[in-house]
Each structure stands twice: as structure tokens, then as C-alpha cells.
Design a protein around this ligand. Structure first.
Ligand SMILES: [Zn+2]
Length: 259
């Protein structure tokens, strides 16, 4: 097999891992936004609770004023009723007094209702304040955790990018570009291992002379799967290459040496 294919096999493994890492990194802005949205909702609830309380207090003042005004009217009519000369005028004032007292009673009812509803608004503000404090603490902790996770992923990305570059150095430019083009079209997989004389990715049969040539140590040819267009590598050599890079080769003379 062409020696560049060994590097390309390493590169393929790093490439897949890089793609997963990039996907994870791409999800971080959404995760931050989701955490911030919870904080926004808690702030919104507190603002709404405060607004409702202010409106309730305004209504209460207005109803208190109504009660006072009708009380004042009744008092005025009563004072006037002591001064009128005719029975008719007295009757008319009596009617006004009754009317003002009825209005005052209605205004008092409205005021009482408002005061009772107001208690609910008064409870809602501290509850929303507590909920906001809790959200602030939990979102801050969550942001720190996501931040740490993101930093670790970025570090991992840099390390894997370096590994990728290292593996890419062993691959001729044309072949590397070929691989990258195929990988971009084929879900990030530009290589296919030949297994049982078939393409390990799409399953199409590979001609025996290609399989043979790929298996030769001195072969320098590059073959492509005719169906999925991926660059073909031999499974055994690929496996050997992967294990050779993963663990050091056993030393022939393992005994201690004195220099
Ligand atoms: Zn194929």
C-alpha cells in the first residue's frame, strides 16, 4: 500500500473526531442562550409582578378617593338640608343624600375587593424576587460549567487540529485535497477499507488485482472505489498502522543497557 495511505488513515480518524468536536462547539451558543432565556423569564415575571402591584395600588387610591368624595357629597347635602325652606327642596336633598350614600357603599365594596386582590399582588413580588435570585445563582453556575466545558473542548480541538496537521504532513498535497473533497461529499469519510474484497463503506466489489496491489508493501498506486469514489485502503495495513501509532512497537532487545 502507498505509504501516504497510512498517514491518511490516521488523518481520517482524527478528522471524524474533529467533526464531532466542531459539532459540540457549535452547540455552545445555543446552550448559553437557553440559560440566559431562563434568567430573562424570571426578570420578566418580576417586572410584571411589580407592574401589577403598582396598578393595583393606583386603583386602590382611586377607589379610596371615590369613597371620600361620595362621603363628602352626602355631608354637603345633609348640611344644606338643614337650611332649606321648602319641603320640596328638603325632599330633593334627601334623595341626593341617599344616592351619595349608595354610591359610597358601592365604592367601599370596590375598594375592599381591590384590597383583597392587592394582597395577592403583594405576595407575588417577593416570590418573583426570590425566584429571580435563584435563577441568577443557578444560571451563573450553569454558565460557568458550560464555559469550562467549552474551554476544554477548544483545547481538545487545538490538540486534534495539531494531530491532523501532523498526519497531513505525510500526505502529498494532491492526495490530501482529493481526500478532503471526497470527505466533504461523503459525511466526513473519504477513506474506505477493503474488507472481503469489497468496499467497506458502500459494499461494492473491488477487483482482485486492486486488492492484491493494495496489499503489496511496495505499491505506490492510489485506487478509488468506483461507486462511492472513496480512496481505498487495505483493512489489515490500516489496522496495523493504527495499532502501530497507538502503542509503541515492542522492543527487540528489551534488556537493560549500559552506556
Ligand atoms: Zn465504495
Amino acid at each position: 500500500m502507498n505509504p501516504a495511505l497510512k498517514h491518511l488513515t490516521e488523518l481520517q480518524a482524527v478528522d471524524l473526531s474533529l467533526n464531532q468536536l466542531r459539532e459540540r462547539l457549535a452547540a455552545f451558543p445555543r446552550r448559553f442562550a437557553e440559560a440566559d432565556a431562563r434568567l430573562g423569564a424570571a426578570r420578566g415575571e418580576l417586572a410584571a409582578a411589580k407592574e401589577a402591584l403598582v396598578a393595583s395600588q393606583k386603583d386602590r387610591k382611586k377607589y379610596e378617593l371615590d369613597v371620600e368624595q361620595w362621603k363628602e357629597s352626602a355631608r354637603k347635602y345633609r348640611d344644606q338640608s338643614f337650611q332649606v325652606k321648602t319641603n320640596e327642596a328638603f325632599k330633593a336633598l334627601q334623595h341626593e343624600i341617599q344616592n351619595a350614600e349608595a354610591e359610597m357603599a358601592r365604592a367601599e365594596d370596590r375598594l375592599l375587593e381591590r384590597m383583597m386582590a392587592g394582597e395577592e399582588f403583594e405576595r407575588r413580588v417577593p416570590a418573583a424576587t426570590r425566584a429571580l435570585a435563584e435563577a441568577e445563582a443557578s444560571v451563573a453556575a450553569e454558565r460557568r460549567a458550560i464555559e469550562a466545558e467549552k474551554a476544554a473542548a477548544e483545547k481538545e480541538l487545538a490538540a486534534e487540529q495539531a494531530e491532523y496537521d501532523e498526519a497531513a504532513r505525510g500526505v502529498p498535497k494532491d492526495l490530501l485535497e482529493d481526500y478532503q473533497k471526497i470527505a466533504a461529499r461523503r459525511h466526513g469519510i473519504g477513506l474506505a477499507e477493503v474488507r472481503n474484497e469489497s468496499c467497506g463503506q458502500c459494499g461494492v466489489r473491488i477487483l482482485p488485482h486492486i486488492v492484491q496491489d493494495l496489499g503489496r508493501a511496495d505499491s505506490d498506486k492510489i485506487y478509488y472505489c468506483e461507486t462511492c469514489t472513496r480512496i481505498l485502503v487495505v483493512a489489515d495495513s490500516a489496522g496495523a498502522a493504527a495499532s502501530a501509532s497507538a502503542s509503541p512497537a515492542p522492543a527487540q532487545d528489551a534488556g537493560p543497557r549500559d552506556d
